[in-house]
Design a protein. Structure first.
Length: 371
């Protein structure tokens, strides 16, 4: 098979790394990325049993002549925990991993976040490569260097910034992803389009059926545009002191929905979908957006049929949103839109505005269910 791979370079304060998108795991990645893979005595793969049963043959063929040691983390957000990191670090030590070892995180965002964190702290930091296998991980979580695990007190409360040496996103592996997971990941690309890339938004708007069919060219284009957007933002603001905050569009309320549901009711991307509906409503109420633009954006989001919003009260979501770690003391920071592709960060969104918009989203969700 001819391998078509596009590479985007992410530039960071500590150096730069390639994100290769396409049939990234066909052919020898060892040869193609010799600077990263050659002369490694020890290569380790972190993955989940499900992903390994589907895609081990493709990965092992791509890594030849390297023969990696495989470590497993069970699937699910509940395994993104410090206890698992300790177990995995002990397994690395038991298998003889040293400072020059390379870890490959081969899975969705959970594997990527745990693998990245393990690489950040094992022997005070070893190299790792992200090979994301979900759409969410390909368009979002594998790029940007945020790694970490959850505490009982909340998501991603322990972690570190540690950039991978490379990201290799093979859109072919998305063929086995469930439609629900695929669509949840697509919401992060819709977000990317809404905040900074109107052309990407229009592309998704026109191609939703082709995305559901996993047409390779279409998926590749979406991953490329989303990664390009994120890498630009990360380059301009690596540590999230300014611009990078726009990536949280839909996430203030999205995180509150996830927390209120005990992280089981909706997938992350689905919660973000409803969070974006809320942020769009506030933007429209402030006349930042016309009704027509708001409706157009909402139409693309709900066309993916996010599961109904569980029946939390607006007040409960607001209380949880106020605890979000991304809020600075005393003010509620919100990302709103001033047009498709134009995000703005504001500090003065009132409780009343948020409550009204949440109530409107709940009403919309109920009306859709009743149909
Ligand atoms: N670091 C960041 O910047 C960042 C950004 C966004 C999200 N995240 C994190 O990402 C996580 C969510 O990631 P996710 O949505 O990828 O979920 P996930 O990693 O839990 O994967 C979802 C499910 O898909 C399965 N799967 C993965 N690849 C598959 C494939 N190719 N075929 C079939 N099944 C496959 C997994 O086993 C799992 O059951 C969250 O923990 C979130 O906090 C991190
Ligand atoms: Zn997200």
């Amino acid at each position: 098979m001819r391998s078509i791979v596009h590479t985007i370079t992410v530039q960071t304060a500590s150096g730069e790394y390639p994100v290769s998108i396409g049939n990234a795991l066909s052919g020898s990645v060892v040869k193609r990325f010799s600077a990263i893979f050659s002369q490694r005595k020890n290569v380790y793969v972190l993955t989940s049993p499900e992903i390994w049963s589907l895609w081990s043959a493709r990965l092992l063929a791509a890594l030849l002549p390297l023969e990696p040691v495989v470590l497993f983390l069970r699937s699910g957000e509940q395994f993104k925990r410090l206890g698992e990191v300790e177990r995995l670090a002990s397994e690395l030590a038991g298998a003889g991993a040293d400072r020059s070892s390379l870890l490959i995180a081969f899975g969705g965002g959970v594997i990527g976040d745990v693998g990245g964190f393990l690489a950040a702290i094992y022997m005070r930091g070893i190299d790792y490569v992200q090979m994301p296998t979900t759409l969410l991980a390909q368009v979002d979580s594998s790029v940007g260097g945020k790694t970490g695990v959850n505490l009982r007190a909340g998501k991603n409360l322990v972690g570190s910034f540690h950039h991978p040496r490379a990201v290799l996103a093979d859109t072919h592996v998305l063929s086995t992803l469930s439609t629900r997971e695929l669509r949840a990941g697509l919401h992060e690309s819709i977000k990317a389009g809404l905040i900074r890339d109107a052309a990407l938004f229009r592309f998704i708007e026109k191609n939703t059926p082709a995305i559901d069919r996993r047409e390779p060219g279409v998926l590749e284009k979406i991953v490329r545009a989303s990664v390009r957007m994120k890498s630009e933002v990360v380059h301009l603001d690596e540590r999230e002191s300014g611009l990078r905050m726009i990536l949280n569009f839909g996430h203030t309320i999205g995180h509150a929905i996830e927390a209120a549901g005990g992280y089981g009711a909706l997938l992350h991307g689905e919660a973000v979908a409803w969070g974006m509906v809320v942020a769009l409503r506030i933007s429209r109420n402030r006349n930042y957006l016309t009704a027509a633009v708001e409706e157009r954006a909402v139409r693309v989001i709900v066309a993916l049929d996010p599961p109904p919003l569980p029946s939390f009260s607006a007040k409960r979501l607001l209380t949880i949103a106020s605890r979000d770690k991304k809020n600075r003391a005393g003010s509620r920071r919100f990302v709103l839109l001033q047009g498709i592709g134009q995000a703005v960060v504001v500090e003065d969104v009132s409780d009343a505005e948020v409550t009204e918009a949440i109530a409107a989203a709940i009403a919309m969700s109920r009306a859709r269910q009743a149909r």
